[in-house]
Design a protein around this ligand. Structure first.
Ligand code: NAP
Ligand code: G4F
Length: 325
């Protein structure tokens, strides 16, 4: 019998990729979306006929419990969150409600409805924050640097706690930054690929950014959702770091993106704008995914250079097509 998966955050970047993967694996896929006055589901437009969409909100326990009760999933991928770090300083309480307590609400629904449901929690390398060890692995102590990071630490530990308290098959994937052409335009990689494409096509003259020296371990979202799925197919639940093991600065990303577009040196186009500098920064992240490689057999396939090229090319194609219409 086909397995059923419930995906919270199916309209997000990762939600769209995991939904595609699960459909390929023959699952019945149910996506939870929150009610809005307009229905913008652009990332899942191409598969909307193949998935079931059901209305619920991470803020609302009763909606989550009834969804779990009605859908009876074998697996839940909890990808929904307030995921933009700067917004967590302007909306710290809401971030805690979505990104921290939202996890407990889903786990409570599992506990009450069907404790055999397997659960994936989208934890984050932001939990390492001011890093206590290089590279970061599953045992590295957390030192979050934003309300978002703090909320994710809560989400991680409540996942571990429900596994240890109630025997729930709950896994926490500590993912480092992963990107794609479906990344939101507020995140730095997509802001750069979109900005570079606009400059190339004469639609913009400059690109305003914050800290160019921050370093991230950037991978491709399509690779990372494969790790999420693999975690729930194991005999035992556990926590895994998902990372490429290579780090690059924002400046490296900018330089590569301008090169891909054939614009030469970035320096005459890029301005540093204090509005995009954070009150507390995570200076450097680089993960050790040795455990995921050994246990899950997981390896990232897309390199940093391929990722930048993929994103810039996609934005160039999209904007050029838009200009023609
Ligand atoms: P994303 O594109 O921002 O998607 C977030 C999703 O959460 C959207 O579908 C959003 O729905 C939904 N959502 C937000 N608040 C909700 C609420 N109250 N109730 C129901 N749904 C809600 O994020 P992503 O990049 O795909 O990341 C997926 C998850 O992985 C997040 O938990 C993120 O924190 C975590 N993570 C991401 C990365 C990364 O590099 N991408 C790394 C580590 C961890 P709307 O469409 O309605 O806004
Ligand atoms: O792209 P970012 O906004 O991603 P950030 O803060 O690393 O968070 C992302 O990855 C986390 C995993 O580590 C996820 F948990 C989280 O949900 C999200 O997906 O910023 C990356 C870096 C930062 O150091 C930031 O200061 O880029 C720097 N940056 C420089 N200029 C900028 C900008 N970031 C943004 N968003 N916009 C800028 O103009």
């Amino acid at each position: 019998m086909a397995k059923t998966a419930l995906v919270t955050g199916i309209t997000g970047q990762d939600g769209s990729y995991i939904a595609e993967l699960l459909l390929r694996e023959g699952y019945r896929v149910v996506g939870m979306t929150r009610r809005t006055s307009t229905e913008v589901h652009e990332r899942i437009e191409h598969i909307v006929g193949d998935v079931e969409i059901i209305s619920g909100d991470l803020l609302d326990q009763s909606s989550i419990t009834s969804i779990v009760n009605d859908v009876r999933p074998d697996e839940i991928y909890n990808l929904a969150a307030q995921s933009f770090v700067p917004a967590s300083w302007s909306q710290p309480v809401l971030t805690g409600e979505f990104t921290a307590l939202g996890v407990t609400r889903v786990l409570e629904a599992i506990r009450h409805v069907e404790p055999a449901i397997r659960f994936y929690q989208a934890s984050s390398s932001e939990m390492f924050g001011k890093v206590q060890e290089v590279p970061q692995r599953e045992t590295t102590p957390f030192y979050p640097r934003s309300p978002y990071g703090v909320a994710k630490v809560y989400g991680h530990w409540i996942t571990v706690n429900y596994r240890e308290s109630y025997g729930i098959f709950a896994c926490s994937g500590i993912s480092f930054n992963h990107e794609s052409e479906r990344r939101g335009k507020e995140f730095v990689t997509r802001k750069i690929s979109d900005g570079v494409a606009r400059i190339k096509l004469g639609l913009a003259q400059e690109l305003r950014l914050g800290n160019l020296d921050a370093q991230r371990d950037w991978g491709y979202a399509g690779d990372y959702v494969r790790a999420m799925w693999l975690m729930l197919q194991q005999e035992r639940p556990d926590d895994y770091v998902i990372a490429t093991g290579r780090t690059h600065s924002v400046r490296d990303f900018v330089r590569t993106a301008f090169e891909v577009a054939g614009l030469g040196s970035y320096e005459k186009y890029v301005a540093v704008d204090p509005r995009f500098v954070r009150p507390a920064e995570v200076d450097m992240l680089v993960g050790d995914a040795g455990k995921a490689r050994a246990v899950l057999g997981w390896e990232p396939e897309v390199t940093f250079e391929q990722l930048v090229a993929m994103m810039v090319t996609a934005d160039l194609d999209r904007l050029a097509a838009h200009r023609r219409t």
